[in-house]
Design a protein around this ligand. Structure first.
Ligand code: HEC
Ligand code: HEC
Ligand code: HEC
Ligand code: HEC
Ligand code: HEC
Ligand code: HEC
Ligand code: HEC
Ligand code: HEC
Ligand code: HEC
Ligand code: HEC
Length: 310
């Protein structure tokens, strides 16, 4: 019975769509408008109240009726699923908006439901963001019918992001990595997945400002600045993971020698040792340990720190 009704409904829709010009088709809602259910969430729960996949929502902030901004203080289930009167009367297979499964609604329609309440705050830059323009839905990251949304929990958040970002997942296994696996740092500490005014969805306007949030001692100002540090931490570091120690993009001395020629450096400690082989040996001796002497590589506050040796 239900099947036939739904089939008729779809058939009717298909016929109407066929008769309309293409421009008008795109403006048609996916499911014809339904009235709201007579008793809101109460109506829905008469049938769905026994479904253990649905009911955990009743223990979440969304179900706090005392807060007038929540769905349950407004249209209940239908604040998100859209009007579902026909569905509740078994005259339609689904309410207006379906978030998963074979009858899933288009991303834009699903997101519009959430954005009707959540447009501000962190989502100020959602429109035009990398995720929005790539058709990512709020519920690709958020799970609503569970007591605690895993993407909001430090230990489980990365797994959600890794489902799409495989490269960052493999970085997280590397020898040196931000303690993301360990649950001490999460993606959202550096990124705002909802959109940002900075590059690469970073929380701050620049890479360095993002890093200073936790590595404040690197902010300075310092008496003797090392230019590449001020310019961009990523001149020497990579954020997610590296096979080199300390998240470095390269191992010293090669790292340093990308920018510094070692020909002018006083790398030959003793006069009279200018035998070719020994010079080479000394250069290598020095080369392995730029940081043994230039230990204040991020800059120095010592009056004698011009060369970052103290
Ligand atoms: C008379 C019983 C009944 C009522 C009342 C009812 N539903 Fe359903 N609903 C069902 C059945 C049966 C299904 C199909 C089986 C399933 O997916 O659990 C379903 C499926 C759904 C689905 C999935 C639809 C799809 O296409 O995948 C959603 C979402 C849903 N209901 C939400 C609601 C909402 C919101 C309300 C209140 C406005 C509501 N239901 C009221 C019985 C009901
Ligand atoms: C805050 C928005 C929101 C509210 C309120 C809400 N839902 Fe959902 N619902 C979703 C999302 C998102 C999903 C996809 C699965 C998930 O995230 O848990 C979903 C999934 C479902 C499903 C599984 C089929 C489908 O469409 O994916 C059913 C059935 C359902 N909801 C019924 C209900 C009922 C009944 C209520 C009221 C008691 C309700 N929902 C309240 C957002 C909501
Ligand atoms: C009718 C308004 C309304 C709608 C629609 C709505 N929300 Fe909410 N949402 C709220 C309110 C109110 C809160 C609790 C107060 C707060 O933290 O902002 C909340 C809280 C949340 C939280 C934080 C939950 C927590 O455990 O701290 C998330 C995540 C969220 N909503 C996502 C969504 C998503 C995704 C959708 C669409 C599927 C959605 N909301 C639809 C009003 C709404
Ligand atoms: C790419 C994954 C992702 C997408 C897509 C996403 N979110 Fe989030 N959302 C998160 C993460 C991660 C957090 C936790 C943020 C934090 O801790 O700073 C969060 C937090 C939230 C919160 C609670 C914090 C707050 O702002 O009060 C709400 C509400 C929310 N998201 C709504 C939405 C809505 C609405 C959409 C769709 C327009 C959406 N999210 C899309 C990952 C996502
Ligand atoms: C459903 C798949 C999906 C999920 C889940 C997802 N993303 Fe994305 N993300 C994308 C796509 C697609 C893009 C745009 C294409 C690209 O740059 O890879 C993107 C882009 C990004 C970018 C910007 C990349 C750039 O080059 O500007 C960042 C940063 C990002 N995602 C972080 C996250 C974080 C953090 C999470 C988890 C909270 C997350 N993503 C979850 C699919 C996803
Ligand atoms: C410590 C800060 C930090 C953390 C934590 C972090 N990121 Fe990033 N992420 C960055 C920075 C900085 C960039 C910019 C890299 C660049 O410009 O080359 C970036 C870039 C990205 C990009 C774009 C990749 C590219 O090469 O353009 C994606 C996708 C991304 N991050 C996803 C994630 C995910 C997923 C997580 C969590 C597992 C995460 N990030 C955790 C700082 C961080
Ligand atoms: C949310 C806080 C946070 C942010 C933001 C952050 N870090 Fe970290 N960083 C940490 C923590 C925690 C550690 C681990 C410290 C430890 O193990 O003692 C760490 C460690 C490091 C290390 C040493 C890694 C090692 O293997 O010893 C480097 C290098 C580093 N961060 C660079 C950066 C850069 C560059 C940025 C900006 C892109 C950044 N961090 C942003 C928290 C942060
Ligand atoms: C010129 C290259 C270079 C730049 C640019 C650079 N670093 Fe480093 N950083 C290093 C080297 C080399 C080490 C390893 C030092 C060691 O092993 O003693 C290091 C180590 C670190 C460490 C771990 C040890 C410590 O000192 O706490 C952190 C954290 C760190 N850097 C953060 C940053 C931040 C934040 C920025 C940007 C403001 C930045 N670095 C820019 C070269 C650089
Ligand atoms: C991305 C390029 C870059 C990298 C990588 C780099 N530096 Fe520098 N470094 C500079 C620049 C630019 C200056 C400023 C030169 C000037 O003022 O003449 C500088 C200045 C210095 C100075 C002070 C020189 C002076 O004349 O004031 C020392 C010492 C130094 N760097 C050591 C290192 C060491 C050691 C490493 C490796 C850990 C390193 N640098 C990595 C670009 C770099
Ligand atoms: C044995 C200690 C020591 C080691 C190892 C060392 N330096 Fe130096 N470096 C110095 C001292 C001291 C100065 C101060 C200027 C001077 O006396 O020439 C200096 C000066 C510099 C300068 C600025 C002057 C110039 O000659 O251009 C740069 C750049 C520099 N070092 C880079 C490096 C790099 C790159 C490495 C690794 C390949 C390295 N240093 C290894 C002690 C060292």
């Amino acid at each position: 019975m239900k099947q036939t009704l739904a089939l008729n409904l779809l058939l009717g829709m298909a016929l109407t769509m066929w008769a309309l010009p293409a421009s008008a088709q795109s403006r048609q809602p996916a499911v014809p408008a339904q009235p709201y259910a007579a008793a809101g969430a109460g109506t829905c729960l008469t049938c769905h109240g026994v479904d253990a996949k649905v009911t955990p929502i009743l223990q979440t902030p969304h179900a706090v009726k005392g807060d007038p901004h929540t769905p349950f203080a407004q249209n209940g289930c239908e604040s998100c699923h859209g009007p579902g009167g026909d569905h509740a009367a078994l005259k339609a297979k689904s309410p207006s908006i379906v978030f998963k499964g074979p009858n899933i609604s288009p991303v834009a329609e699903r997101n519009a439901q959430c954005l009707s309440c959540h447009q501000s705050g962190l989502r100020m830059n959602w429109q035009g963001s990398q995720h929005q323009t790539n058709d990512i839905a709020c519920n690709d990251c958020h799970t609503i019918h569970v007591t605690k949304d895993p993407v909001l929990v430090k230990l489980t958040q990365p797994a959600k992001c890794f489902t799409c970002h495989a490269e960052q997942r493999s970085d997280s296994f590397k020898f040196s990595h931000h303690p993301i696996r360990e649950g001490k740092v999460v993606c959202a500490d550096c990124h705002n997945p909802h959109g940002s005014a900075g590059p690469k969805l970073l929380k701050e306007f620049t890479v360095n400002e993002t890093c200073y949030n936790c590595h404040a001692e690197k902010r300075g100002p310092l008496l003797w600045e090392h230019e590449p540090v001020r310019e961009n931490c990523l001149n020497c570091h990579t954020p997610h993971g590296s096979t080199q120690a300390r998240l470095l993009v390269q191992r010293p001395p090669y790292l340093c020698q990308d920018c510094h020629a070692n020909s002018t450096h006083q790398a030959i400690p003793l006069a009279g040792q200018s035998v070719a082989g020994q010079i080479a040996a000394n250069i290598r001796l020095m080369a392995r340990g730029c940081l043994n002497c230039h230990s204040q590589i991020h800059g120095s506050n010592s009056p004698n720190g011009t060369f970052f040796t103290r």
